[in-house]
Design a protein around this ligand. Structure first.
Ligand SMILES: NC(=O)c1ccc[n+]([C@@H]2O[C@H](COP(=O)([O-])OP(=O)(O)OC[C@H]3O[C@@H](n4cnc5c(N)ncnc54)[C@H](OP(=O)(O)O)[C@@H]3O)[C@@H](O)[C@H]2O)c1
Length: 151
């Protein structure tokens, strides 16, 4: 997200950062990608080397991807599979699934960007544990859920 929390503008990602794409490809290859129907349509094709699950209530279908109508159906699809599940947006799907994530890798783009889609609040539930990549244009931050102590 940008400094003003933007992740999307007019159905697209409003920046082009090849090094960030490379990082995304490296960490997600061999695993599941879960994304909303709008994000998939903006990419337009399954990303190679990954199994794609699309959330859609309207029965969207496309070659080479799995579509599920609910989180329960997503659990059935990926459950029992040893591959990791990467939640790849957009805003609706981040809001839906962030609470179950064991890790959050957040690319912060170091500028203000106009847009219409924003990353949801996560700061009260996650702690920063490292910054695996930093360039002049962006930093990747690694967060994990804050421990909850309950009696
Ligand atoms: N900067 C980044 O890293 C990044 C990453 C990803 C996306 N983006 C951007 O984010 C924007 C898209 O985000 P968005 O929030 O508008 O849309 P989205 O999250 O990609 O997709 C929303 C769609 O997901 C489906 N959906 C949502 N909740 C569901 C549920 N509980 N069960 C089943 N299906 C469900 C619905 O599809 P149906 O309408 O078909 O029912 C809904 O219209 C684009 O601009 C994209 O480029 C940015």
């Amino acid at each position: 997200m940008s400094e003003n929390r933007v992740i999307g503008a007019g159905g697209k990602i409003p920046w082009h950062l090849p090094e960030d794409f490379k990082w995304f490809r490296q960490v997600t290859t061999g695993h599941w990608l879960v994304m909303g129907r709008k994000t998939f349509e903006s990419i337009g094709r399954p990303l190679p080397g990954r199994e794609t699950a699309i959330l859609s209530r309207t029965g969207f279908a496309a070659p080479g991807v799995h579509t599920v109508p609910s989180i329960e159906a997503l659990d059935t699809l990926v459950g029992g599979d040893s591959r990791d599940v990467f939640v790849a947006g957009g805003a609706e799907i981040y809001s839906l699934l962030l609470t179950r994530c064991s890790d959050l890798f957040l690319t912060r783009v170091k500028r203000l960007v106009p847009g219409d889609t924003y990353f949801p609040p996560f700061e009260t539930n996650f702690s920063l544990i490292g910054t695996p990549i930093e360039t002049e244009e962006f930093v990747v931050e690694h967060y994990q859920p804050r421990p909850r102590w309950i009696a």
